[in-house]
Structures are given as C-alpha cells and as structure tokens.
Design a protein around this ligand. Structure first.
Ligand code: ADP
Ligand code: MG
Length: 748
C-alpha cells in the first residue's frame, strides 16, 4: 500500500473492496483514484442535528442514530407492495422503519449495525414509524463519541459528515474511509492546480489541495462552501474559456454579408396576418444587424411557447433568401431549418408556405418519411411530393433556397450550393452531439478533427471552406432558463429574448387543486370534453414507481393513470398514452390521433413533443406538480395556449404542504417563463430543476448558478484571458486543461 499512487491508479489497488462494492463504484463511475477524489458529496449531515428517538413527533423530518434490528422483508397490506422493515433503537427509545418498494434496503444492512437514518415520522393507527428513510451505516454514533463521527482516523473533531450520491452497495461511510486512505498516500501534494494563482487570490478561493480536503471532510460549513464554490467556479470558468475562445474564433471568420432592401423586408413582414410584437421587432433588428457585419452570426432566440419565434425566423430567412450569392446576379443564398420532429417539420413547412406564398421562392421539406416541394407545378399555391434524389439535387444546385427538415438535414447526402443560414429550432431537443455538429458547422474549422466528421463539416470543407465563409447560426428555444445558465451554456452566443406574448391571447386559467377538489375538477374537465375540447394529463412517471426514488410510491405513472381514468373517471372518452420509451412511429401515431380528435385525453410524461400544436386541446392536468419546476410547469401549460378558446391548467398536488402550494401560486401570477425560471432558481437552485447531464454540466456547477456574481466573475476572467491571448498560447497550463476537457466533451 505504500507504493506511490497517482490519479490514474486503480482504486482497487489502494483500497480493499468486495465485488459488490466494486460493482457499485463502477456504476457511480468510480474506477480510479481521480474518480474518487472528484466524486463530491451532494450535501453534509450534521451530527449536531441528531434527535432522540423518544422525542420524535409525527410529521417531523427526523435524523436519528441507533442500532438496527428486526430486519425483514414482506409485502404490504393492500397492494402487495414489497416492504422492508426494521427497528432502530437508541438510549431514549425505539422506532419502526419501513421502506416501501425498497425491500432491498433491509437486506443491505447487517442486523445490529449502527446506523444513521433520516426520514419523515409518520404514523399508522397511532404507532409512529419512519417511512422510506435514507439509511447509512456509521462507525460510531455521535452520542458515543461526542460530537465527532470520524475521529477514529486521526481526523480532527468536526460534526459535519459528507453524504454522497446514493447508490446500492457503497455507503457514504465507505467512501469516507476510502478517501482517508487516498489522502494518506500523499497524492494531494502532487496535484497541479489548473486555476491560475492570481484568480484564486482575487476571489479568495482555496487551492486544489485544500479544496479537496474541505469538500470531503470539512470542519466548518464555511470550508465546505468555499470548496464547493471553488470547484463550481473552476468548471464554469473552463466552460466560459472554451465558449469565449470559440466566439473569438468565429469573430474572425468571414460571414455572408446580408443586407436586405428595407422596403422589401417591410413589405414581407406587413403581409403577416398580425402585427409584430415589440420583442419580435427587436429580435429581427438584432438579427439583421448580425447578418450584415460580415462575420457569422451566432444568436440564440429564447421565447416562451407561442411567443412567435417562427415569424422572427421567417424574416431572417427572407433576408437571406433575397440576397444574391457574391459575384452572381442570379440564384439565392440558402437556409437550412432544422427541427426535432417530423410533425414539427411539416408544421413549419406549412407556415413557411403561408409566409412565402407569391414570392416565387421555392421551399423544400425533408424528413425520414419523405420529401416535398413548394410550389407545385400544377398548383402554385400548394406543394407536391418529390423524390429525395430530386430534392437533394435541387438543394445542391441552389435551386431550392429554403430546406426545412429533421436531423436528416445533417446527413452526408445533403449538400448545398450557398448555405448562408442554419436555423435550429427547439435546440434543447437535439442531443449534445447534434448540437455540437451544428455549432461546428457554423463554428470554427480548426477544431473539426476533434470530433466525428459530419456532412456539415465536409460541406464546409469543400464549397464553403473554399469560399472561406461560414453560415450564420440562429438557435431557438422555448426552454426558459435563468440568465446565469444562459450566460454559462451559451457564452458563445448572443441572446435575444421574446419576453412578450402576442396581443389578444386569452390568459390561461391556472388552478392549484388540492386532493379534496379532485372530483369537482374532473367534472369541469368533463364539461370541456363534452364541448368538443381535448385534454392532456401529465404524470411524473412512465411506469410503476421507481424503487430508488424517495417517496416514489406517491408519484402517478402514465400507464396506471390512463387505466384509472378510463375505468373510473372518463369511460366515455378515448384515452391513450405518450411517453419517451415509445418508438417514433408509435408516438407519431398517437400524436396524429390526438391531433385529428380520435383521442380526447392524452396521458403523457413531461418530455413529450413540447412544440406540437393541437389547438383544440384546451385543458392540461398536471399530476404531482410539486415534482416539477415552475418554469417547466409553465412550459407544459403553454401547450394549451394555442387557440382562441379559453384554456385551463389544473395543477394537482399530492402534498398538503403550505410551501409547495405557495410556490405553485407563482404560476398564476408570473408574466413569463423567464420570471418563473428566476424564481425557481432562487427557491430551489438549478440542481433541483435541470439535470446537469442534459447540459453537460455537473450538479455542483448547476447549484452554483444561483450565484450571478460568481458566474459573471468566471465569464469576465475567461474573457480577459481570451481578449489578451485568443488561442491561450501564453497560458500553457490553462490550454492543457482546456484541451483535456474539450476532448472529454467530444468523446462523450
Ligand atoms: P413559438 O415557435 O415561439 O412557440 P410560433 O412561432 O409557433 O411560436 O407562433 C405561435 C402562433 O402565434 C402562430 O400561430 C403564429 O402565427 C402566431 N403569432 C406569431 N406572432 C404573432 C403576433 N405578433 N401576433 C399574433 N399572433 C402571432
Ligand atoms: Mg416553435
């Protein structure tokens, strides 16, 4: 054990582990010493918060320490739910613990072990019990050792102990002891800090060595916080560094110069069947300013569902399409318009026909299911089906200047004559790789070897790279994310907000429904259905509860709820389900049936078809609303603000909690999704709202996004470095770390 170890040393060479532990660690992604060092606690318990079992009261969140006994598994009363049961005893009394759906927990703990349990005190027929507590084996109870749980390894007194992300098979206690071994090896003294000393000093951040000790074994809460801040800062700083470098690079690229005639564009816009909102106008102006600069635009257009992003995009497309390629007095510059689903692609194709009718401009549609072209020879107001080969030929020759499609657009076979604008709609719906492919396409050519080649890059390689011109990029999203997150994730993009809804929209009526009002609410919904309207019912889960999630027993599932609604509540209506585990064809079939009214009630998870337009659906029921963020709830209800009928959103809560319903009340007050996103952030923190994974950011960094000052500081530091040294040549340590990180991102 005294061999020198380094970050790449296998953990199994340093710490003894049993096969199930090795397996559990692997599942957590922990194989090497580095993996363990950078596996951070999600939070810290405080032995000082320990309660005496004899003094527990119903309804309280309790933290107890004691000896566990009477472990057994069984099936619960009515529903045959698998149960784990046990007793925990301390010197003041004993209490029963019950795990619903998590019977395995009872098998993981040894009879007679000392444990720490944390959970809610409930009662059944007057007998108190702890339901679904988090449980940890501990080496000593705090009472036995005073205020200091971990002093057996020579670690100084402290009452804080780290709690790591849950997993079956490795306890926080095990991780703690493994870390002690790793620390003792002296490895911390060999680590190079990737952050410049000047930055650490300026923001008073602990260096890497100190931060690692503090994050795993803090003596004081402040130390833990300082360590977490440092790692969050580091992560955000490197994201910013990469984004700012990209930005600086395409600031130097040549872009198509696009300057439409003002009168023409005004005429095009005034033919819209509505006046633009102020926010739309401002966004169009910003885009036009970008387009004429001679450098590629990289702009994100963020706006609630229904805020009219398509019209803004159409104006940009018009400007591009009416511009001649350089040195030519014929033909048009081209636009690629990518959307996440076939249904949306068709919808956009049809909207664009409305916008461009009579302009003589041709529009193509390409999806997995087939291709279309507007106008048709026989009907100048309509479209016609054409073969893929034919369509691709016309796109390659530049004859079709606007091509709308799904991700089929980024396939190799699609080549362009003069691609000048790439639009990606609902950009958050595309995978990280697809987004990267797109960013690359309009981004910098130097980095393309780092990732898999796509047709977009090869296109750039031939025609466009020869011309040396990158297409402009317009990204659009309806996900209302807070400013700090936008600054971090989209640091390379300019931001336009559509924070104003078109005039005359009926305000949706949102009601927070407590369990006792459920029945009456179903009757109101029945009246809507009887009037010919349709309804969505959103459930937190697809199937039966996930045994790994705390409190999962209560969450409604799509499959069960659909059955229940059909049997007990709405037998007279057609009900079907939609969720992410269904195949694309199944989803499309159900969506089409909902669209044409064959199905009246669609029971779905929150992840489905955010952008889909079914104007006749005017009711949305959201089950288990406390599980969703406010911004997410807002987005969900946006699906039924699609027509002139009055829309209703019924928010069903499971808990009677005051705090939950106070929070939900903000829904009926807030003006837009951004306001709610900020509220969410302030109340719950980004970590609870957005999965860091989705954005390629750690949960720790997500947590730090509450801190606008810190995010701005990271951004400013990164900017200052890039401004001074765009390719980071004079900061070799930073460059090495950045390259390492970029590589990781590319291979994920
Ligand atoms: P988003 O993509 O932002 O969710 P859409 O572009 O699909 O929204 O627009 C939603 C609806 O609002 C469309 O039917 C569109 O024609 C309409 N619309 C867009 N802008 C306006 C406006 N300024 N006034 C009235 N209606 C508008
Ligand atoms: Mg849209």
């Amino acid at each position: 054990m005294d061999r020198p170890i380094n970050l790449q040393t296998l953990l199994s060479d340093v710490v003894r582990m049993l096969p199930p532990q090795a397996k559990a660690l692997k599942k957590l992604g922990i194989v090497t010493v580095a993996d363990l060092l950078f596996h951070f606690p999600t939070r810290y318990g405080d032995t000082a918060s320990k309660m005496n079992i004899g003094e527990l009261e119903k309804g309280r969140e309790a933290v107890i320490f004691g000896t566990i006994s009477g472990l057994k598994t069984s099936k619960a009363y009515r529903k045959k739910i698998p149960l784990g049961e046990a007793w925990i005893t301390d010197e003041t009394g004993r209490i029963k613990v019950v795990w619903f759906h998590q019977a395995y927990l009872a098998k993981m703990i040894a009879e007679g072990a000392l444990v720490r349990a944390e959970g809610k005190v409930s009662d059944r027929k007057g007998e108190l019990y702890l339901s679904n507590p988090k449980i940890e084996t501990v080496s000593k109870t705090p009472l036995a050792v005073g205020n200091n749980l971990f002093n057996d390894d020579g670690v100084p007194d402290h009452s804080l102990y780290p709690v790591y992300p849950e997993s079956r098979g490795v306890t926080s206690n095990w991780i703690y002891h493994a870390l002690q071994r790793v620390f003792k090896s002296g490895i911390l003294d060999t680590l190079a800090d990737p952050l410049p000393e000047s930055i650490l000093e300026k923001y008073n951040l602990p260096n890497l060595r100190t931060a690692l000790i503090w994050i795993h074994t803090p003596r004081r809460v402040d130390d833990a916080l300082a360590a977490r801040k440092r790692f969050a800062f580091e992560e955000i700083f490197f994201i910013q560094l990469a984004k700012q470098r990209d930005r600086a690079r395409f600031e130097h690229e040549a872009g198509f110069v696009i300057e439409p005639k003002k009168d023409d564009l005004d005429r095009f816009i005034s033919a819209f069947p509505f006046p633009l909102t102020g926010a739309q106008r401002k966004s169009i102006d910003a885009i036009l300013a970008d387009l004429k600069r001679g450098h590629p635009m990289s702009r994100l257009l963020e706006g609630d569902v229904g805020s009219g992003k398509t019209a803004v995009a159409a104006a940009a497309v018009y400007a591009v399409t009416t511009t001649r390629p350089k040195g030519q007095d014929f033909g048009n510059l081209q636009t690629a318009y990518m959307v996440p689903t076939e249904i949306l692609a068709k919808q956009h194709f049809e909207s664009f026909i409305q916008y461009f009718r009579g302009s003589g401009i041709q529009i193509g549609l390409i999806t997995g299911a087939g291709c279309r072209k507007f106008p048709s020879k026989v009907n100048p107001d309509g479209w016609t089906d054409i073969s893929r080969t034919q369509l691709l030929k016309w796109v390659a020759s530049g004859e079709i200047p606007i091509l709308i499609g799904t991700h089929t657009l980024i396939q190799k076979s699609v080549t362009w004559k003069h691609l000048a604008l790439a639009i990606i709609d609902e950009q958050h719906r595309f995978g990280v790789a697809q987004r990267a492919a797109l960013a690359q396409k309009s981004g910098n050519p130097k980095e393309k070897s780092a990732s898999k080649k796509t047709s977009l890059q090869s296109r750039k390689d031939d025609s466009l790279a020869l011309a040396g011109i990158q297409p402009h990029l317009l990204s659009m999203t309806a996900t209302p994310i807070p400013r700090t997150l936008a600054l971090t994730l989209y640091g390379d993009l300019d931001l336009s907000l559509l924070d104003e809804m078109p005039k005359g929209r009926k305000q949706i009526i949102t009601m927070i429904v407590s369990p006792s009002d459920r029945k009456a609410t179903y009757e109101k919904i029945r009246a809507e259905l009887a009037a010919g309207r349709q309804a969505y019912v959103i459930c937190p889960r697809i199937n039966e509860p996930d045994p790994d999630k705390e409190g999962a027993i209560l969450a409604k599932s799509v499959t069960e709820e659909a059955k229940r609604l059909k049997q007990d509540i709405f037998p007279e209506y057609e009900i079907d389900i939609l969720h992410s585990k269904m195949t694309a064809t199944q989803k499309e079939e159900v969506m089409n049936e909902f669209k044409d009214g064959t199905i009246q009630i669609l029971v779905a998870t929150s992840v489905v078809e955010v952008g889909v337009n079914v104007p006749n659906a005017t009711v949305i029921v959201i089950e288990g609303a406390e599980r969703f963020g406010l911004a997410q709830l807002h987005q969900l209800r946006g699906r039924v603000i699609r027509s002139n009928h009055q829309a209703y959103c019924y928010v069903f809560t499971e808990s009677q909690g005051e705090a939950a319903s106070e929070r939900l009340k903000a829904l009926s007050k807030a003006a837009n999704g951004f306001e709610l996103a900020e509220l969410d952030l302030a109340q719950r923190g980004a970590g609870a709202l957005y999965s860091g994974k989705q954005w390629g950011v750690s949960d720790l960094a997500m947590e730090a996004l509450r801190n606008l000052k810190m995010v701005e500081a990271a951004r400013n530091e990164a900017r200052a470095i890039i401004e001074d040294d765009p390719e980071i040549i004079r900061h070799p340590k930073l460059k090495a770390e950045l390259d390492k990180q970029t590589e990781r991102i590319h291979f994920e």
